[in-house]
Ligand binder design. Structure first.
Ligand SMILES: NC(=O)c1ccc[n+]([C@@H]2O[C@H](COP(=O)([O-])OP(=O)(O)OC[C@H]3O[C@@H](n4cnc5c(N)ncnc54)[C@H](OP(=O)(O)O)[C@@H]3O)[C@@H](O)[C@H]2O)c1
Length: 307
């Protein structure tokens, strides 16, 4: 990890060289509530929640001892040093414009898609800004979401004077901080969407293909999920390229043609994804030296005819 720790900003209340700042969470949704609970349990003072909804406010203060609830951002108490903005991406900039600036107060948001610059209004008034994105799937099941933070990666970015504090916060939660270089947030998020949503799309396509042999969704996950886990374990130990097995590594043209034919006949909406994934596998196999150029051309032809 590039922690980016340095001495810039030392002496502000948002600096880890001084006491841990009082934390306020804006937005008592899935992320805000789980982070508030986790941060409090990690021993940081979570002093306030700002939520427009009375039920969510009550739930938050019941879960986070010592937190006070507010309906408006302007009412944020003076002891807040770090504001965590956990609202939908489209609302972050407007929320940032409402955060009252106090000496040493910093603000971060939790979006995976947006950079720290979306907090520009607060920054333009002299506040330190950053982003703190746990690579976790948060739901309204608070305990499950809190448990998901432990061992996860948290991407941090922003002002140098804030990075050390954010890294400390992530480590206190039992997570692994990684510092994103400026301008890389979209690529980071695209990879995350492939890892989570992309895998779901793949599982969905697997289920459609498996339905043709009579497997229901539960059986599909049991049967093919094991293979997914084994492949992931292989990638962890041996690397991604080395974990590729199957017909693409052998240039098995007849088998691949049979796959394309059966999918076109019985699961046509899976063909495009199969072919796209196959072309990617083919490239890996070629780079590994597993295929002759001639074999690769023949496989590509079969995939192109089917797709
Ligand atoms: N869910 C995930 O898996 C996940 C993972 C990592 C990061 N994130 C990011 O975390 C942020 C929050 O996501 P979430 O899943 O927690 O969303 P969420 O469950 O919909 O909660 C967002 C909260 O923001 C408040 N809010 C909604 N609209 C608002 C508006 N127009 N102005 C001000 N506040 C508003 C609401 O809180 P109140 O009613 O209490 O005011 C709402 O409960 C997003 O940036 C998201 O990209 C999400």
């Amino acid at each position: 990890m590039n922690s980016g720790r340095d001495d810039a900003g030392r002496g502000t209340s948002a600096d880890s060289s001084s006491a841990r700042p009082g934390v306020a969470v804006v937005g008592a949704g899935a992320v805000g509530t789980a982070l508030g609970v986790a941060i409090s349990r990690a021993g940081w003072p979570v002093v306030a929640v700002i939520s427009r909804d009375a039920t969510r406010r009550d739930r938050f203060v019941a879960l986070v001892p010592g937190a006070r609830a507010f309906g408006r951002i302007a009412s944020m108490p003076g002891e807040v040093g770090l504001v965590i903005v956990a609202v939908p991406d489209d609302a972050i900039a407007d929320v940032a414009a409402e955060i009252p600036l106090q000496l040493g107060r910093a603000a971060v948001h939790t979006s995976g898609a947006l950079g720290a610059e979306v907090l520009a209004d607060f920054a333009s008034r002299g506040g330190a800004v950053g982003a703190f994105h746990p690579l976790v799937s948060f739901t309204l099941d608070v305990e499950r979401s809190v448990a998901g933070i432990v061992g996860a990666t948290i991407a941090i970015e922003g002002d140098d004077r804030l990075i050390e504090l954010l890294a400390d916060l992530a480590e206190s939660l039992g997570a692994r901080p990684i510092r994103l270089p400026p301008g890389t947030k979209s690529a980071y998020h695209a990879a995350a969407v492939l890892a989570s949503g992309g895998l779901v799309a793949l599982l969905d396509a697997i289920a459609v293909a498996a339905a043709t042999l009579g497997l229901d969704e539960r059986d599909t996950v049991a049967v093919y999920g094991r293979l997914v886990e084994q492949t992931l374990a292989n990638a962890r130990t041996a690397g991604i390229a080395a974990s590729l097995t199957g017909p693409m590594t052998r240039g098995d043209v007849g088998t691949i043609a049979a796959h394309m034919a059966v999918l076109e006949a019985r699961a046509p909406d899976v063909v495009e994804l199969y072919a796209a994934a196959a072309r990617r596998q083919l490239r890996i196999a070629e780079e590994r030296g597993a295929l002759s150029p001639d074999q690769a051309v023949r496989v590509r032809d079969v995939l192109a005819k089917g797709a």
